[in-house]
Design a protein around this ligand. Sequence first.
Ligand SMILES: [Zn+2]
Ligand SMILES: [Zn+2]
Ligand SMILES: [Zn+2]
Length: 499
Amino acid sequence: MEELPTQREDKRRRMEEEDEIKIIRSKNLELIRDLGSGPGYSLHAGRNRSRAVIVKVFHRGPTGRQQLDSTVALSNELMHPNVLRIGGISSPGSSLHFIVYENGHCKNAEGPLAAALKDDLHRSITLGFKMIAEISAGMNHLCMQGLSLVSMGADNFDILLDVDDRFLMSINPHRSDEIETTESEDAENTWTLFNALCRKTLTAANRVLHNEEINRDPAILDAVSPNSDSEDLAGSLSKFGPGSTPRTKNIQEEKVPSSVPPRREYVWRTLDRGQQSLAMVARRLALDLDLGISRLHRLTQMNGRNAHRCPGYVREEITLATTTLDSAVVAHDTPSPFEICSVCREMVGPHETFWCLCGDFEPGSQNTIKCQACKLWSHSDCVGNPQKEFICQLCWLLPSLNSRSDSNNVKKIGYLALFQMHMQKSDALVEWVYSDQHPFGHSYEAGVDRFADANKQRPVWSVQVLVDGEVYGRGHGHKKKVAKNEAAKQGLIRMDVAV
Ligand SMILES: [Zn+2]
Ligand SMILES: [Zn+2]
Ligand SMILES: [Zn+2]
């Protein structure tokens, strides 16, 4: 049945008086930009007549209208600087269902966060903390207003950022029924939801910038001491203030031929709620932001076992938590598996292998370069720091191995390298095992020569080389390399290679 225009006008006025929600006509609305979508709706930046607004458009049909009604029931009359405010809705008779929010020019939060990550460490940190402070403030307001967040998940929220760097949240209706909970369960659930929402927003920023799904565990800050000498976790702690990044500069000055900017990622650290409340987090971080967040740790983690050590690589994990003390910038000097290395632009393999003529087992802190033929990594210094494509000595010599005599090759590259080359040709499993038997019959632990310590002698290294589990050679020496070389010589003899 057609309604007359005057009847429609009456109905509109009646609704406005009852619910105090303005009816907005779709012909006055203009949608300008997509802000994303969620279950059953899409979010847009737009204009209502000449005013900038955010418009949530629900899918057509009766469920769309139901979703609109429950969203309005949930979030109408909320008034908080970090919560989107409803300015009006579509008329009940309209086939288009939408809510108009009054908050002006906004973007999806992940876009500006990703832009900050790309080239501004200080802004990445301050904007990240601002997000945490304002999401906790907004969420605390929802709790104070009696909204039950128990059955909600991070997907029930959209996080936007306006032109004045203010984070705004929009709420979407429940998908499950209300659950009866106690007050303390409520607080715990809300804390879990808050953490999930922070993590979701930061992960989205990483995804926008790196086009990868990144799920890193936060580094354990206490595990790294300034003078740690453990090989894969040597690092140093220092403080940094706004605009100054001393350690990064050091790393770059030490290593750099290239001027590749650090790869930055957000990492969220979930803390136990303990005595923290959302209101407290919001207040404390707002104060820290006012003071310029001058106490954020900076930590450098080196991984001397990782074969892939392109010169100048730095990954800064901006690890954020609800307190600045538990947050840190953690710098790594090697890329992780499946990451696209920001220096060589190649994807890092799951098991890249280090093999260098010098005989070291691990690259340590030196830069490495990958052989284009065999894909093994050598120390850049050991192979003369080639600037372009690099082919290792192994690959140069392999074709000539059969034509030239091996004794010539030994003179050229030594027993160890020749042995490695022969092994490279076969698929045999080669293991270097430091024996726990002292060469002179005294027992000592692998790598730690207690006998020598006790007698104030130089350490003696004792090594066996196993090929497919079988001992091919043994060697002893005051240096690892000497011991390995001797074992390699025995191995070559065992293989009937003329040396
Ligand atoms: Zn690389
Ligand atoms: Zn080397
Ligand atoms: Zn090679």
